[in-house]
Design a protein around this ligand. Sequence first.
Ligand code: HEC
Length: 129
Amino acid sequence: MNRRFAKLALAFVTATALMSGSAFASSDGDAAKGKKVFNKCKACHSLEAGKNKIGPSLNGVFGRAAGAVEGYKYSKAMKESGLTWDEETLEDYLEKPKKFIPGNKMAFAGLRKEKQRDDLIAYLKEAAM
Ligand code: HEC
């Protein structure tokens, strides 16, 4: 191997390592991991439009007003929350559902870890659109 090629190869390896490493590991969630986190929600939520389970369908949840899925019987607390679901409101709700919207009927304790919430939200952005 000549030296010039060796240098080039080294530069390439370094660049690849940088790209897959810290340079891109921002606070943004990992959708693949979020898919696993969604297993905690699956018993009650579908991502299919119009398919309500114990909880309302989460299809198209981003940008939607809380309590707006047609045909789903929400609690008064959810309907009157006045919230719109986006990254921020989902973060807060999923951390402690009962605390963020007192009286809502989602029987879920919450996701304590910020990383899990970030991953889940990244997944929902892909899968719930
Ligand atoms: C035990 C069942 C259950 C589990 C588990 C559960 N949910 Fe829910 N979820 C509900 C119910 C019931 C409601 C409706 C709450 C109300 O009307 O007060 C709801 C409401 C919601 C809403 C508001 C939807 C809307 O249309 O306004 C979101 C968003 C949501 N859940 C996300 C999640 C996510 C994400 C998870 C997993 C981390 C999860 N839920 C886990 C039952 C559940």
